[in-house]
Design a protein around this ligand. Structure first.
Ligand code: SAH
Length: 367
């Protein structure tokens, strides 16, 4: 039998002891050879999950309008970095580029920068962005530091590793992955890092949500670097993801294969493993680094505020046949309906503290 990622993990744990949930997620998604994202196209009907830009062009168009509007009100800086983290198939960026084509000077001023670790997905992005010249990066560190940034990431933060703290009879412990008596992967507990425990908000009831509290040093690390860049270079970032607006208790670690939830230890590396984003934690980090934060608002609010219904009506009126019109209606419904993506998905903007207020977050309440 060929070696699998599960075999590699079992051997590693046998030799070195239990690993953190964060270490587990990092390997399941990013192992150079067997990591989930490293060698496949996970998206679409035939893949494992469908994301907003893959559902409808309306999504990327609204993000494009958001960026162009802010860029114009920032005084149309040239050059600027049009940056995306975790671009998947490149669909969102392609839709942003189409939506901004007629914005005077936008394309001439932009430099496209993509932060993407997967070689397979970089290839798909190259095809989706044919005619443009994107620059790829393994991490945010190598983004140029001499121009304002307009940044977007959809379903990127949910893929960054988390640590799970678990409350039991003896107080807080860290959830880890070890081996059962018969040598299979299983959850266990080890003493928790006191600095992580100290940061758990005291207004939460540790008995809620299976006693689990999640923190993501990887997410706060990314947000910190991005917020510092925005404060130094100017600009703004838009994050869209599933998650909650406030800190909360709950085990949200999930694995998905072929549009169904599966066990996280089932054939590791062949299912997408994610967790819900704590947007309050993201906002706190950004504010701590001097940036201004707007939202989170629910995805339906952001998209409606950006004019998605008007754009959909226009596409429906211009559709050459009823099937196309139905596809637009269906896409709109999936993006904004509260029982589909409308409410679970949240949108948060991180802006330079002197940048104009971004659109999409309700009325401007400043005098
Ligand atoms: N934004 C896309 C894809 C979301 S899936 C969409 O909405 O369709 C997550 C994306 O993040 C993939 O492109 C994956 O390869 C990338 N990714 C995951 N972990 C990453 C990391 N640590 N650094 C950079 N990219 C990462």
């Amino acid at each position: 039998m060929p070696e699998t990622l599960t075999d590699i993990l079992i051997r590693h744990i046998r030799d070195n002891g239990p690993i953190s949930v964060s270490h587990f997620m990092g390997l399941a998604l990013g192992h150079p050879q067997y990591g989930y994202y490293m060698n496949r196209d996970p998206f679409g009907r035939l893949g494992d999950f469908v994301t907003a830009p893959e559902i409808s062009q309306l999504f990327g168009e609204m993000v494009g309008v958001w960026m162009a509007d802010l860029w114009l009100r920032m005084g149309a800086p040239a050059p600027f970095l049009l940056a995306e983290a975790g671009p998947g198939r490149g669909t969102l960026m392609a839709d942003i580029l189409r939506a901004t084509r007629k914005v005077d000077g936008f394309h001439a001023a932009m430099q496209i920068h993509l932060i993407e670790t997967s070689p397979a997905l970089r290839t798909l992005q190259t095809h989706a962005l044919a005619g443009f010249t994107p620059h790829w990066h393994d991490s945010i560190d190598t983004l140029p530091d001499d121009a304002p940034i307009l940044f977007v990431a959809n379903e990127f933060l949910d893929a960054l590793p988390i640590i799970q703290l678990m409350h039991g009879d003896k107080g807080w412990a860290e959830r880890v992955i070890g081996l059962s008596d018969d040598g299979q992967l299983m959850f266990g507990l080890v003493p928790a890092d006191p600095s992580l425990v100290a940061a758990i908000p005291d207004n939460l009831d540790p008995k809620d949500g299976q006693g689990v509290y999640e923190v993501s040093p990887a997410r706060s690390g990314f947000t910190a670097l991005l917020s510092e860049r925005i404060e130094r270079q100017g600009g703004a970032a838009l994050f869209i993801d599933y998650g909650h607006g406030h800190h909360g208790m709950g085990d949200t670690l999930q694995a998905m294969r072929a549009h169904k939830f599966v066990g996280v230890f089932e054939d590791v590396g062949t299912a997408d493993i994610t967790s819900h984003v704590d947007f309050e934690a993201v906002a706190e980090t950004a504010i701590h680094h001097g940036a201004s934060v707007y939202g989170p608002v629910e995805q339906w609010q952001f998209l409606e505020d950006m004019g998605i219904r008007m754009r959909a009506a226009h596409l429906i009126n211009n559709a050459t046949d009823e099937k196309l019109a139905d596809a637009v209606r269906d896409g709109l419904e999936r993006l904004i309906s509260p029982d589909q993506m409308g409410s679970l998905f949240k949108v948060l903007a991180i802006c330079h503290d002197a940048a104009p207020m971004p659109s999409g977050f309700g009325e401007d309440i400043t005098p």
